[in-house]
Design a protein around this ligand. Structure first.
Ligand SMILES: Cc1ncc(COP(=O)(O)O)c(C=O)c1O
Length: 406
């Protein structure tokens, strides 16, 4: 290895985020991240799809954007237009869809299109960490709205909008994950979606709808997307194949009218997102998506049941949670004595990784003793063993065990 004596630091640009930590591999019991179930990656189907699409159209890879322009591989956009109409009630065409490198790329493009330092965004109080990090990085004031068992509370939203107006602040958008929210896994009912649209319209605020878990409701049914319910526009919608197929494929999408699309395209300077994934997904999904997703949901639901069983066995009544309506996460409340930022450190030393609540919330007091557990990528055995190990750390460091007095 070359030992560098060059001083890079004096040349770094201003305002860089803190350096990333080096990746040291996954721990034994990893309940973090938005990973999927390795057993449910539709491997044979993806192998067959890769072979058939490459044999038929592989030479198109010689052309940027596989000769389908900057919005991405057309057959995948056509598939999405059909799927979004059938599942989410969204009426759009391939021209309204931009394929991105994961929906995180979509978040970046939408943020870059609308936000500037000092702007205000409204979100669910407990919220996707990467979205919060993005807002912090740009210098956005984030206003968190409390959730209940049905997602964002509309009285909270109405009060926040009124309060901001009184202070002369015009928020840019309401960033919401209405269908299987991250981390609470709540599903916002249609009446609240209507009310959100009414309030957003009355205050001239855009709604930024992140629907990346929407395929994973246990019932297989979901309310119409907010994008679909709006009769006046004013909604931008993002989705992903990460949660329904596999996150390492890096394919997400943004649905937006041309007025917004044309601005995002001007900002998307990567000469197109990876086309091979888009081609394979189109080939696979056109024939198999409708069969694959119920199978995935079934497997995830079984893992959630195992997690709940393990929590009851090792924590008794010391844990509180609402049973998710779908998805890959359980949002758990431990007794107030537990600071989950500290628990995170000591559990990690025992080979158990959790997501501490404070990283997933704008309300640090409310989330202090909460944590998020991803149950998708761990096996049933790992769930039992990992939760037993976590319970042991809680007992040792915080005196919290299933036998302790409430
Ligand atoms: C709410 C939400 N939005 C967006 C993403 C980004 O997903 P991807 O970039 O893999 O599509 C995630 C990933 O966990 C998420 O939870």
């Amino acid at each position: 290895m070359i030992v560098s004596t060059f001083d890079y630091a004096r040349l770094f640009g201003p305002g860089l985020p803190p350096p990333a930590a080096r990746w040291n591999g996954r721990v034994k019991f990893d309940f973090t991240g938005g990973n999927n179930d390795p057993e449910r990656v539709p491997l044979e189907g993806l192998i067959a799809a890769t072979e058939s699409v490459l044999r038929r159209e592989g030479r198109r890879l010689a052309i940027y954007g596989v000769d389908n322009g900057p919005q991405g591989y057309r057959p995948l956009r056509d598939f999405l237009a059909g799927k979004l109409a059938a599942d989410a009630g969204i009426s759009c065409t391939a021209d309204d869809i931009l394929l991105t490198s994961g929906s995180n790329h979509g978040l970046d493009l939408v943020n870059a299109t609308f936000l500037a330092r000092g702007d205000t965004v409204i979100t669910e109080e407990d919220c996707y960490q990467s979205a919060l990090n993005r807002f912090n990085r740009i210098g956005i004031d984030v206003v968190g709205i409390p959730l209940d068992a049905y997602g964002m509370r509309m009285d909270g939203l109405a009060n926040a909008l009124k309060d901001l107006k009184r202070r002369g602040v015009a928020p840019k958008y309401i960033y919401t994950i209405p269908t299987v929210q991250n981390p609470t896994a709540t599903v916002l009912p249609p009446e609240r979606r209507e009310e959100m649209l009414r309030l957003a319209h009355a205050h001239g605020v855009l709604i930024f709808e992140d629907d990346c878990y929407a395929d994973l409701t246990w019932s297989g049914r979901r309310p119409p997307a907010i994008y679909a319910m709006s009769r006046r526009g004013g909604v931008v919608h993002v989705g992903s194949f990460s949660k329904s197929i596999a996150p390492a494929l890096r394919v997400g999408y943004v649905v937006a009218p041309w007025e917004v699309m044309s601005r995002m395209l001007a900002l998307k300077t990567d000469a197109g997102s990876g086309a091979l994934e888009q081609m394979v997904l189109a080939e696979y999904c056109i024939r198999n998506f409708a069969k694959h997703v119920p199978d995935l949901r079934h497997g995830l639901r079984a893992k959630l049941d195992t997690l709940i069983e393990a929590l009851r066995e090792h924590f008794g009544d010391m844990v509180e949670f609402d049973v998710p309506q779908g998805g890959i996460f359980l949002w758990v409340k431990l007794p107030d004595a537990v600071d989950t930022m500290k628990l995170y450190e000591s559990a990690l030393a025992k080979g158990v990784a959790i997501n501490p609540g404070q990283q997933w919330s704008v309300n640090k007091a409310h989330s202090r003793s909460r944590l998020r557990l991803c149950f998708a990528s761990v096996s049933h055995e790992e769930i039992h063993e990992g939760i037993a190990a976590l319970a042991e750390v809680c007992r040792r460091d915080f005196g919290v065990s299933k036998d302790s007095a409430p």
